[in-house]
Design a protein around this ligand. Sequence first.
Ligand code: HAM
Length: 411
Amino acid sequence: MIRKPPGIEDIFPDRIELWNRITGTARHIFKIYNYREVILPVMEYTEVFSRGLGDETDIVTKEMFTFQDRGERSLTLRPEGTASMVRAYVENGEYNRLSTCKFFYCGPMFRAERPQRGRLRQFNQFGAELFGSDHPFYDFEIIAIMDSISKKLGIEEYRLLLNSIGCPECRTPYIKELELYYQSHKDELCDDCKRRLHTNPLRLLDCKVESCVTLRQSAPKISNFLCDECADHFTLVKTYLDHNNIEYTEDPYLVRGLDYYTRTTFEFVTHRLGGQNAFAAGGRYNNLVETFEGKPTPAVGFAAGIERMYLLLEDSEFRGEQLDVYFVHSGGETLVKTLEVLQSLRDRGYSCDIDPNGRGFKNQFKKADREKARFTVIIGEDELSSETCTIKNMDSGEQKNINASDIPANL
Ligand code: HAM
């Protein structure tokens, strides 16, 4: 038997209903906030990510699925959507001439991580990116979108971690201070961090190795270094969150594992996912468009992991997608009549099903249960002669005799 590679999943119909509910809810909320869908390629030239995410990030150094095409150019399966989105935005002149652009996307991402619960090699994200404004309102809006999606889906027990990592100007003295601090503890650092100490000290705050996590607890905080503009921006983001009852916890060490962020960074975390505690994350990236040779364009965005959200919701009360009506008949003329009524309901947009072979009422009711039908409509010999049908609410068991034309009003 040929098996799938580790960290890659098949998603069968029993998971699709909740899956679609997650993506459907996200799409609905994106629409409410006026974000429009883009479908981006799953592979890009490798430099999109090496340049976009930063040469020293874990993703670029260890986790990319990279290969050569026949012309010996290096291609990579996208590990995330933001760098691709920026590449597409800069390449597509029509959009980057508009003042603000709001996009969302949904699809598979690839990272060669060690697979475990909630950590896959092929996983799916939905995300949103806004280009063209530095207004803190949009940092708030991006966070509010993810918060609405989480609440609408009924995700419980999560926290929003929030930080500002400033701009290149205020970050430079901070990084110097950070380097000094870690330099004096060099022996306690993991090998990766010993190297990164000189190439990209900010990454040390993101290291998951225990000794580095311990060291971080006493590291200097960016909040003491923010310039006036960055501090004001951060204050306004928090004001908008406060006024809209979105709770957050400030985490001065939240730098995120990608190099492109400026100012706001955030993560939606929960203790219910074990080691993989973040189910969505994002932030502002005001300089990334320039890195791709676009005209300077501030931007902010987030992405959520669909598999992680699925894990958070799989034990919830969600009953799966229900069939509106399962039809029950007793064959012959009753089947002809039933098919006519069934078709008229399908034409009106109701989901309906039937077993044309029938094989007894009991058998058909069992099937209605299996299909999680909300209602059954029975057209037997009695109903045929009285030109009516019997409608049964499968939840309450309540049953009544009505005209076929009154079915929609009873659903
Ligand atoms: P990220 O934090 O790398 O950010 O990923 C966002 C989310 O994707 C995570 O919170 C997690 O739910 C999910 N995720 C990441 N890796 C895995 C994995 N191996 N298995 C399962 N789920 C995973 C980004 O990707 C940025 N592009 C977010 C962003 C958008 N920032 C600005 N705009």
